[in-house]
Design a protein around this ligand. Structure first.
Ligand code: GLP
Length: 243
């Protein structure tokens, strides 16, 4: 595990973008595993700048995202497909047909999960999987559990996740209770995994995940077993760890 401790969010975002850009430079046909949430937005902004400067091109890049809310369509501004278009894809030269997000409005979510697993295999190897972390240690939408779900599946969101993500929805508006997410084995199969964390709210999850026991009750703890894990966090996110 490589730990990179930085001062703040901006520094974290720059370093993450540099690492992803280097993967693109080494293989401009590679597959990137992407994430949503507020944490990776700065990384995407830095990647857009690199594209605008002519340093990288997404022309032949393929992407696969971690997860999507069940019941939100692609035009819904709260959907993760919308987020990805808005925060990255609309600003670079990527071919949208090479970008993949699970379909939250699929008629049969089991079939959609199987389709997504096959897609992950077809697009493998995922060169680098970008991750944020939930306050309860979740990755993708893999919530604390008594086992590690391996493949893409539908997950019932915990109250704490629904509460944490409520900020993206109007007050009083119904927040989705289910999501479709890559499983732990899907995530672990990436060649490199980058996990980002910024802010004091992530400090406990970071300590439990990186220095605690590997257990499904802290889903991100499995990352300790990944052969090429890069952790980039700011001082607040590492404030409960002795590093
Ligand atoms: C959601 C996403 C995760 C993300 C987490 C943290 O639950 N499914 O992929 O890591 O939120 O989000 P944020 O970065 O906004 O704190």
């Amino acid at each position: 595990m490589k730990i990179i401790k930085v001062k703040n969010y901006d520094e974290m975002s720059k370093i993450a973008a540099n690492i992803i850009a280097s993967k693109i430079i080494l293989d401009d046909h590679c597959t990137l595993g992407l994430a949503t949430g507020s944490t990776p937005i700065g990384t995407y902004q830095n990647l857009i700048k690199k594209y605008q400067n002519g340093d990288i091109s997404f022309k032949n890049i393929k992407t696969i995202n971690l997860d999507e809310y069940v019941g939100l369509n692609e035009e819904d501004t709260r959907s993760y497909r919308y987020f990805m278009n808005d925060n990255l894809f609309n600003h670079v030269d990527i071919d949208k047909s090479n970008t993949h997000v699970p379909k939250g409005m699929a008629q049969d979510m089991e079939q959609e999960s199987e389709r997504y697993n096959r897609l992950i295999e077809d697009l493998s190897p995922v060169s680098v999987q970008l991750l944020g972390i939930g306050e309860n240690g979740h990755i993708g939408f893999n919530e604390p559990n008594d086992y590690f779900p391996l493949k893409t599946h539908v997950e019932k969101l915990t109250d704490s996740t629904i509460k944490a993500n409520q900020r993206f929805f109007e007050k009083g508006e119904h927040t989705p209770e289910f999501a479709i997410t890559m499983g732990i084995e899907n995530i672990m199969s990436a060649q490199t995994v980058i996990i980002l964390a910024s802010g004091i709210k992530k400090a406990q999850a970071m300590r439990d995940s990186l220095q605690g026991k590997v257990m499904p009750n802290v889903p991100a703890s499995i990352l300790q077993l990944h052969k090429d894990l890069i952790v980039i966090g700011d001082e607040d996110a590492f404030s409960m760890m002795d590093i």
